[in-house]
Design a protein around this ligand. Structure first.
Ligand code: DX5
Ligand code: ZN
Length: 228
């Protein structure tokens, strides 16, 4: 199933509650929370207090994307704060399997994130252990960047890998996605789509969410038709 995850990094934090309501009303499936520590990426964003305060206020699951240098320490803390899904970068730790275990022990969903230049080969021995793989289609750190086009063949290759192994791992893609390219991303095989500026910079975020879901669902159906 296709899911849309609006990234609140691009929301107006002064009106955050209202903006989350809008995307809920538009039919969004997850709330994507971008956590940046000023060390793994050159920016500082949202953190544990925000996740705690969102928990229970929105009915949507919190999809927490950790762009931090020490996921072993922080991943469990974000689950305790209320994250439903935690994703962390494979580039940030030599102990990928350990972080996966920590999150699973706390009964949350877990995913690994790959930067645009990181090879899919890092997934060889962890793909069976995760609920989700997040492919970055921009260099992490900022919203509003341009989609890196080589991401499309990376999504296709990951979709093949997941299907060949008979897994039901979600493929999430994050960065530079909007109405003009969401179809390509879904047709390549992604089923969880993050969008920040394309939603919150729109004059009507609610309508923009509806449009993105419609385009994504159409592309997913076309993809299924071609393959059957
Ligand atoms: C980038 C973040 C993204 C970003 C997406 O480091 O992980 O989630 O906010 O924003 P857009 O959709 O504007 O590229
Ligand atoms: Zn993100």
């Amino acid at each position: 199933m296709i899911k849309l995850a609006p990234s609140i990094l691009s929301a107006d934090l002064w009106r955050l509650g209202e903006q989350i309501r809008m995307v809920e009303e538009g039919g969004a499936h997850l709330i994507h929370v971008d956590v940046m520590d000023g060390s793994f990426v050159p920016n500082i964003s949202l953190g544990i207090p925000l996740v705690k305060s969102l928990k229970g206020k929105t009915k949507l699951p919190l999809d927490v994307h950790l762009m931090v240098s020490d996921p072993e320490f922080y991943a469990p803390r974000f689950v305790e704060a209320g994250a439903d899904v935690v994703t962390f970068h494979v580039e940030a730790t030599p102990h990928v399997n350990r972080v996966i275990q920590y999150v699973k022990q706390l009964k949350a969903r877990v995913g690994v994130v790959l930067n645009p230049s990181t090879s899919l080969s890092v997934l060889d021995y962890v793909l069976e252990d995760v609920d989700m793989v997040l492919l970055m289609s921009v260099n992490p750190g900022f919203g509003g960047q341009k989609f890196i086009s080589s991401s499309l063949r990376k999504i296709e290759a990951l979709r093949n890998m997941v299907d060949k192994r008979g897994l039901s791992v979600d493929i999430e893609v994050d960065g530079g996605i909007g109405p003009t390219n969401i179809r390509d991303v879904v047709k390549a095989g992604a089923n969880v789509i993050v969008a920040g500026s394309a939603i919150f910079s729109a004059s009507e975020p609610r309508e923009r969410v509806r449009l993105l879901i419609k385009l994504a669902e159409e592309a997913w159906a076309e993809r299924a038709a071609v393959r059957s």
